[in-house]
Design a protein around this ligand. Structure first.
Ligand SMILES: [Zn+2]
Length: 168
């Protein structure tokens, strides 16, 4: 976060490599600052997830990931979003070279979408989830983190929803 004395009202945020820079007016209180950082992070994340909505972009991304982690050996014939897949994050039909990602991933962090894409790309090379499969995915540094994120989403879905206030 950077405070700027020249900045009077506007708050802005952008990514700088791995970091996110949030520019805020110098006079903002700590509470306001906290609130704005949250707002701006949500806004950036929403912009980024919107950017990967198209199937064409998804295919490009798959190609890039395959090149980066699998020496380009995984070559899907098609990659697309589907809305009829609620129990799986992604699926793949190796005989057709087709990969489908659940629309439920839309809006999740990019590293999570990338992980699911890589997972399905890996199935084009190795069927099943044996040691050879996971060795392929070890190349992606955020595999564990992404799996943890998705497990968290599943666990949160199953939490009982308690309406109303808690009684003491
Ligand atoms: Zn799998």
């Amino acid at each position: 976060m950077r405070r700027s004395t020249r900045r009077r009202r506007t708050v802005s945020a952008y990514r700088e490599g791995d970091r996110t820079v949030v520019l805020i007016p110098a006079r903002m209180s700590a509470a306001e600052e906290q609130r704005w950082v949250g707002v701006m992070l949500d806004k950036l994340a929403a912009q980024e997830s919107k950017r990967l909505l198209g199937d064409a972009e998804l295919a490009e991304r798959a190609e890039r990931l395959s090149g980066q982690y699998f020496d380009g050996r995984a070559r899907p014939a098609s990659v697309r979003w589907v809305t009829n897949q609620n129990t799986r994050w992604g699926s793949c039909t190796p005989s057709e070279g087709s990969i489908r990602l659940s629309h439920r991933l839309q809006g999740m962090p990019e590293y999570v979408v990338d992980y699911v894409l890589l997972h399905e790309l890996a199935h084009l090379l190795v069927p099943g989830h044996g040691p050879r499969f996971w060795r392929l995915l070890d190349a992606y540094p955020r595999t564990e983190r992404a799996r943890g994120y998705l497990e968290g989403v599943v666990a949160a879905d199953r939490l009982p929803h308690v309406p109303g206030a808690r009684s003491e």
